[in-house]
Design a protein around this ligand. Structure first.
Ligand SMILES: [Zn+2]
Length: 368
């Protein structure tokens, strides 16, 4: 052997006795083959591990479906076009969750409309986690519950639970190393609903929370809609739960947004409802992208886009497409990333050592 290291030293390092034993049991060629197979398996498993890590670290999207009532009434193919587009773009947009903002149908006593809505929403079943809630137009609750009962979702791992005939429910999902809870509240939630939602939000206080309810904000972005003043939802639910960062609603035929800061915590509240547009809303929906902030790795940016798969068009005016920068502060994300780097370096060290040992092993056998 060259470079001042004796073969004896090498063999000692490679646990000579074990090698001899293996050598006795196998021919040299077989041994070389076995090593190559092991080496290939190691390389293959490194590939799989890094691919998995990459998918967990990817930016992701959630999709928001505003009032679908006129599609269920007259344009069911536009509703199905929306849900099918979601499935077709799951990988491309890394879609983690879908939210329906309520007013699923126009007339809650019309079975035809419920059947159409059911058909359109069924496209998502078992393929992507989603949450659904009743708006004012969905109240015949018996019909709502017949088509969208809690049992429909009970077996999915993302399903959290529900109360009051599934008018209120919640789901769990994760993305970019963060855990989220989506809590959906039915039309004009009463004090029992608010108590329930408080209990759920408190028991999942470590998860970033999105609250969805059909009626919450008007087009001037005040918390007052013609039917009621929704300030109680803000005061009794959003303010006391520090994990809520986003509130989504429909009902008012418009787009609007407001941002409130409570003790250095920002809560965004967004209204979207396109039901007054041609064809019952022209298929407009919202894409909310969650992106890692380029300058502050611990923070996430939210990018809101308005898109219609039916028109294949983005709406890009200032209340339809905008960025909420560095809004999601997640100190744990940096910690997770650092520990991942450590683990990767450790793995690299181990793999390098085993490959080196393997190469020397083959050399020793060849020269023996
Ligand atoms: Zn409504």
């Amino acid at each position: 052997m060259s470079r001042g290291i004796s073969k004896k030293q090498f063999l000692k390092w490679l646990r000579y006795d074990k090698i001899q034993q293996i050598k006795r049991n196998m021919g040299n060629n077989q041994l070389t083959k076995a090593f190559l197979i092991v080496a290939l398996l190691v390389i293959f498993s490194i590939g799989i591990t890094s691919a998995n890590t990459a998918s967990q670290n990817q930016n992701f999207s959630i999709i928001v479906l505003p009032d679908t009532q006129h599609y269920s009434e007259s344009y069911p193919w536009i509703f199905t076009n929306q849900t099918q587009w979601i499935i077709d773009n799951m990988d491309e947009l890394n879609i983690k969750f879908v939210i329906h903002e309520g007013d699923i149908v126009e007339d809650a006593n019309d079975d035809t409309q419920w059947n159409r809505a059911n058909k359109s929403m069924s496209v998502l079943d078992g393929k992507v986690p989603y949450g659904i809630l009743p708006g004012n137009h969905d109240e015949n609750i018996t019909e709502y519950e017949e088509y969208f009962p809690a049992e429909r979702y009970g077996n999915y791992s993302y399903w959290g639970g529900s109360c009051d005939h599934n008018t209120n429910n919640y789901q769990l999902f994760s993305g970019l190393g963060m855990d989220f809870i989506v809590i959906n509240l039915g039309w004009k939630p009463d004090s029992d609903d608010i108590i329930w939602a408080n209990e759920i939000l408190k028991s999942y206080s470590e998860r970033k929370a999105i609250v969805v309810t059909h009626g919450y904000m008007d087009k001037r972005a005040t918390r007052e809609i013609p039917q009621f003043d929704s300030s109680y939802i803000w005061n009794d639910l959003i303010v006391p739960n520090r994990n809520v960062f986003l509130v989504l609603c429909g009902h008012t035929h418009s787009e609007a947004g407001r941002m409130d800061v409570i003790d250095e915590r920002t809560v965004h509240q967004l209204l979207a409802d396109y039901q007054d547009r041609p064809n019952g809303g022209d298929g407009w929906l919202r894409i909310i992208e969650f992106r890692e902030n380029k300058t502050k790795a611990s923070n996430l940016d939210l990018v809101i886009k308005t898109y219609s798969p039916f028109l294949n068009k983005y709406e890009t005016d200032e209340d339809s497409q905008f960025e909420l920068r560095e809004e999601l502060q997640c100190p744990s994300l940096l910690d997770i990333s650092l520990s991942k780097i450590e683990i990767r370096l450790e793995r690299l060290k181990i793999n390098f050592m085993s490959i080196l040992k393997g190469v020397l092993f083959i050399k020793v056998i060849k020269n023996a």
